[in-house]
Design a protein around this ligand. Structure first.
Ligand code: NAD
Ligand code: GLY
Length: 356
């Protein structure tokens, strides 16, 4: 995807560097989209920096939280863009976590049939995963991220200093996606994480900087190989997500954080891998131990086996009516398969809930 490649800037204090963003704009005008929590922390910093760089800013603030990544708030964004006569060359800038990135990105993909887009991720999860790769979406009451588009940004600017204000629970949620890269394709990174997880929890800047850049490298390589999730390569980034999305939808959006649901879902995927003889008990234990040290849940909520199966049947990877799963064949190696019997799945779901 060389023709669609874009820079990812990572560093402390980047939000205050208005010219860094301004150099990517086709017009000296942006709509800056954020949530109420991030607005209180960083909206003025970014708006002032852009103003100083000669860029005019329309501010769009939506309510904080996963439950607001929906049609209603998408339409509220369109209302503000239209009321302010935002044009085809007006860039939409997402300032916030993955919820804002996904919502603003989908708005950018569809407003006036597509306008320029820039990501300013402010959570660990968004800096290591959601801001890179061009997946945008809103949730539907029946399933996570069901309505969306592939739409790449012009640039990603990750200010690592914003992580200083991130609550501990949100930091841990981001680590679930960091650990994912180690598990699916980067065994050396997984081993590094086993040695450095306490440094990451303790927010040591050098450890965080390495984890963010190594995660972005992994993500960029996967997306370059399979931008629109057609060959099966990009689907591997969904390790734990079929189970995790079922948890998020089943409990109600925002009850568990996305990263928490992915963590418990990753253990379920590892348990299914063990059940099918792909990995052994020591590997399953290593997966659960690292997630637990990252202060993430490793046991699944009891939605009931039938409800899990119903929710997982909504997964975007379902093909020809068959569910497909990301499984582990080693720490650092994953595969996509439909070869999972209903009995195996039901047994693992029952065991995961029984562990709770
Ligand atoms: P989020 O956007 O809800 O942010 C988490 C919380 O932190 C929110 O309350 C937010 O207001 C707050 N916050 C953000 N930055 C802050 C800061 N610097 N200081 C203090 N508080 C801050 O959630 P998230 O975990 O960033 O993202 C989860 C979403 O990302 C989910 O909807 C998930 O589906 C999506 N996602 C998308 C992709 C993708 O490829 N597009 C990948 C992974 C996840
Ligand atoms: N987070 C999954 C993907 O970007 O494909």
């Amino acid at each position: 995807m060389a023709e669609r490649s874009y820079p990812i800037y990572i560093g402390a204090g980047l939000l205050a560097r208005g010219k860094l963003l301004a150099q990517h704009l086709p017009q000296d005008r942006v709509a800056l989209i954020t949530d109420t929590t991030v607005a209180a922390l960083y909206l003025d910093v970014v708006a002032d920096a852009l103003g100083a760089a000669g860029v005019s800013v329309t501010k769009v603030v939506v309510p904080t939280g996963e439950q607001h990544k929906d049609w209603h708030n998408l339409n509220a964004v369109f209302d503000t863009l239209l009321a302010n006569h935002c044009e085809r060359k007006t860039t939409l800038v997402a300032l916030g976590g993955g919820v804002i990135g996904d919502l603003a990105g989908f708005a950018a993909a569809t407003y006036l049939r597509g306008v320029p887009f820039i990501q300013l991720p402010t959570t660990l999860l968004a800096q290591v995963d959601s801001s890179v790769g061009g997946k945008t979406a809103i949730n539907h009451p029946r399933g996570k991220n069901m309505i969306g588009a592939f739409y790449q940004p012009l640039a990603v600017i990750a200010d690592t200093a914003t992580l200083n204000t991130l609550p501990d629970r949100e930091l841990s949620a981001g680590l679930a996606e960091v650990i994912k890269y180690g598990l699916i394709r980067d065994p050396a990174f997984f081993a590094w994480l086993e040695s450095n997880i306490e440094a990451l929890i303790g927010r040591e800047p050098a450890a965080l900087a390495y984890a963010i850049s190594r995660s972005c490298e992994n993500k960029a390589e996967v997306v370059a190989a399979d931008e629109r999730e057609e060959s099966g390569t990009r689907a591997l980034l969904n390790l734990g997500h079929t189970f995790g999305h079922a948890i998020e939808t089943g409990l109600g959006y925002g009850t568990w954080l996305h990263g928490e649901a992915v963590a418990a879902g990753t253990v379920m995927a590892a348990r299914l891998s063990q059940h099918l003889g792909l990995i052994g008990a020591p590997e399953l234990a290593r997966v659960a131990a690292l997630l637990e040290r990252a202060r993430l849940p490793v046991n699944a909520p009891d939605l009931g086996v039938e409800r899990y199966l119903q929710l997982m049947g909504m997964d975007k990877k379902v093909e020809g009516g068959r569910m497909r799963f990301i499984l582990l064949r080693a720490i650092g190696s994953a595969l996509l398969t439909a070869e999972v019997s209903r009995d195996a799945l039901a047994a693992v779901l029952a065991a995961s809930v029984a562990h709770a």
